[in-house]
Design a protein around this ligand. Structure first.
Ligand code: NAD
Length: 304
């Protein structure tokens, strides 16, 4: 993408700031965020930061592409207040897309989630049945339905990206997420501090861990190709938490044992794995950062 005027909502957040900083090299980028969780410290100087909510009625105008990443981004935030979760994640989405439409912008790339696949040790394709078991998942599915409406009724193109466990580490732009950050970011930080990470159950749960640089490339390609519909962004490989902890110890040269605790959540996704063949076929995108390399990148800031 080159020479465009781009709006990134949730632009001070983890994925949004990585995307905004990347695109600002060749584009005019506005990062909009109400700082519910994100921080402008994540943004480079060449990104214009706007402190505003996706619920506002005077969002930035004259943009060519909207990347809508703003959200109450975790399950817990929605259980505390499902109405506010719907307001931000659903109404905020409709408000942003409709203002873009009225202003003449018809390309939108937005964040859905892979949690709606539930527990899967097999690769999950986009066309399989999905389910909302939490307010967060319901809000993301509602976005997908509204995207269908904006496409069918107004001819806009909207790409709904179902991300799989995105990480970068506290040395990157993930630190503001704290307890909501990816487990690998939290565990690497704890192990580097000599603290035992807490693993729910026996540590056999698996995730398709995806480095944020691969997500950023995927989001840019989604806009370049004006993708329409739903796309997975993951790696197609999964690792269990025990293996992840061993890999972190290996890179850090430590020997910190995890502690195993009873899983406190009644709703919990045990396993995830992406089928990324659709994204590969439609854009040529491939994940480039293996989990081994990703663990090294996350651990790097802790090595002398
Ligand atoms: N990180 C992951 O593994 C992952 C996985 C699946 C989906 N997602 C989705 O990707 C998107 C980005 O997630 P993230 O990991 O960067 O989380 P994040 O919480 O760092 O980013 C979300 C940003 O949205 C902002 N925000 C919240 N309410 C807002 C409002 N009313 N107006 C404007 N900004 C508001 C927050 O301040 C935050 O900076 C989210 O939609 C999330 O649901 C993330």
């Amino acid at each position: 993408m080159n020479g465009k005027r781009v709006l990134v909502t949730g632009g001070a957040g983890f994925i949004g700031s990585n995307l905004a900083n990347h695109l600002a090299a060749d584009n005019d980028v506005i990062a909009l965020d109400d700082l519910y969780l994100g921080t402008p410290d994540n943004l480079d100087d060449d990104v214009e930061f706007v402190d505003a909510s996706v619920l506002d009625d005077d969002l930035p105008t004259g943009v060519d592409v909207v990347f809508h990443l703003a959200a109450l981004s975790s399950y817990k935030m929605h259980e505390e207040d499902p109405t506010q979760g719907a307001r931000v994640n659903v109404e905020g989405f409709v408000n942003t897309v409709d203002q873009a439409r009225q202003d003449g912008c018809d390309t939108v790339v937005y964040a859905s989630t892979s949690s709606i696949y539930g527990d899967r040790t097999e690769p999950s394709p986009e066309d399989m049945a999905v389910e909302a078991r939490t307010g967060y998942e319901a809000s993301k599915l509602a976005r997908e339905r509204y995207a269908e409406y904006f496409h069918n009724h107004y001819g806009m193109t909207l790409a709904g990206m179902r991300f799989f466990s995105v990480y970068q580490g506290f040395g990157g732009n993930e630190e503001h997420k704290g307890e909501f950050a990816n487990t690998i970011a939290q565990f690497a930080h704890q192990i580097a501090e000599g603290e035992s990470p807490e693993l729910f159950g026996d540590g056999s749960q698996t995730r398709d861990f995806t480095h944020v640089d691969d997500i950023v490339r995927g989001l840019e390609l989604a806009a370049d190709h004006e993708l329409q519909g739903i796309y997975n962004l993951g790696t197609g490989e999964s690792y269990d938490f025990n293996t992840m902890v061993a890999m972190i110890n290996d890179v850090l040269g430590t020997d910190v044992e995890p502690v195993y605790v009873e899983n406190p959540f009644d709703i919990y996704v045990h396993d995830t794995m992406a089928d990324v063949s659709k994204m590969k076929a439609d854009t040529g995108w491939e994940p480039q950062i293996s989990f081994e390399e990703g663990v090294e990148l996350v651990c790097e800031p802790y090595l002398d």
